[in-house]
Design a protein around this ligand. Sequence first.
Ligand code: DQA
Length: 154
Amino acid sequence: MPKMPRVLVVHGPNLNLLGSREPHVYGTTTLDEIDSRLASAAREAGANVDCFQSNHEGALVDRIQESPASFDGILINPGAYTHTSVALRDALAATSLPVVEVHLSNVHAREEFRRHSFVSPIAIAVVCGFGWRGYLLGLEGLLAHLRDRVAAKP
Ligand code: DQA
């Protein structure tokens, strides 16, 4: 693993509303709280996270395109773009970085249209249904993956 692994955390549309948005589905934890819990967990694990949220598909694509220069992996909750955006998936695939997809809710236990993800086929793993804790679980898995990859190098 690189000395200090760096993970880009990407939050898609409407996740800026966490805390007040459909709390029965997404919980009452705000995005700022999630980001600061991720930062603490990363620090404890000897890693670094940078968090980015946008409601705009192009802004998300731009940020993802820039990521290989500064990051070793991507943790992403693409929000509704999960189910609609080929552009986001192509941007993620183009980075060649390991991607972990996270959803607060169990998307498979909800409406039919949420069962399809354009991102899952290019992700190394998907975490869903654990609420805000899913981000921490996703980060832990991604860091373990980065560690294993370095250990496997000759
Ligand atoms: C979500 C699930 C998506 O279907 C939805 O559009 C979201 C949030 C989740 O975290 O559970 O915005 O990604």
